[in-house]
Design a protein around this ligand. Structure first.
Ligand code: MG
Length: 281
């Protein structure tokens, strides 16, 4: 791949599913040249070589491939706990195989890392689900290491100290996190800037996403995702905290709005916002 990522380059979290060349043309038209590619659970992974060719032609570099899984739902917190990531025991083996497949996909396209939401990690190390998930993360790290890849856990669903203790317990040098400040707010997990102080050295990549806290008293409800700069993260203070933590990696805009036109409009506004904020740092 010919594109070399610059320090704190503005990048994008985007999803495979449509024609790769067309997807990349929309992103390069916005001035983007790098990003994180998400693969839904039902995507046929044999499209890897098609993606490799399209990325080369567009001079676009993917630095993380994100795995999502069939049967996941983010409707509310209890549904996330029941369906997302490695926690549901019934789908664990299938999702482990899928994640290894995503790592193999990442190798084909030359991406140096993979990532996923592993779901809500239980706090107790004695919990059998905790132990099963820890061992599964170790096996995935070891598979990724054979391709010289990192494995990043998306933040947000557990407090920073629980996540840090889990990372230390897994004890693999290629394991880190993809820090998403909005998720910490959406799940009501804790102040993202404080969390960054705790998790800073383990941050491999970040999402620039914004959101508001859940409504008080609405048990189990998630907060609402918002266009970048319009939610409760405080993107200026987030960038300053990343700088302070020594983070020099790319800044991936993530916008999950379901209407595609709205999403592209918000991404264009986010690119503009980040370029202004970066100039002030
Ligand atoms: Mg995210």
């Amino acid at each position: 791949m010919t594109h070399a990522t610059r320090i704190n380059e503005t990048a994008i979290m985007f999803w495979a599913g449509r024609d790769p060349a067309q997807t990349l043309a929309e992103l390069t038209a916005l001035g983007l040249h790098s990003g994180q590619l998400g693969l839904s659970g039902d995507l046929d992974l044999t499209c890897a070589s098609q993606w490799r060719d399209a990325l080369e032609a567009a001079e676009f570099s993917v630095f993380t491939v994100f795995a999502a899984y069939s049967g996941e739902s983010y409707a509310d917190i209890p549904t996330v706990q029941r369906t997302v990531g490695f926690i549901p025991a019934a789908t664990r083996a299938e999702r482990e195989g899928r994640t290894m497949g995503v790592s193999d996909f990442a190798k084909v396209i030359g991406a140096p890392g993979i990532a996923t939401h592993i779901g809500f990690v239980p706090e107790s190390r004695e919990d059998p689900d905790y132990q099963a998930v820890r061992d599964m993360v170790r096996r995935i790290c070891d598979h990724a290491a054979t391709h010289r890849q990192t494995f990043a856990l998306e933040t947000g669903q557990e407090p920073a100290r629980t996540l840090l203790a889990f990372l230390n317990d897994v004890d693999r040098p290629n394991l880190g996190i993809n820090f998403d400040p909005a998720n910490m707010i959406l799940y009501g997990t804790g102040d993202p800037i404080e969390a960054l102080g705790i998790l800073g050295p383990r941050v491999l990549t970040v999402h620039c996403k914004d959101g508001d806290w859940p409504e008080p008293g609405e048990s189990g409800a998630l907060g609402s995702e918002r266009p970048l700069g319009e939610g409760s993260v405080g993107i200026g203070r987030f960038l300053a905290a990343l700088r302070q933590a020594g983070y020099r990696g790319p800044l991936s805009i993530e916008r999950e709005a379901s209407d595609p036109a709205r999403r592209m409009k918000d991404i264009a506004a986010a690119i503009h916002l980040l370029s202004g904020l970066k100039n002030q740092l």
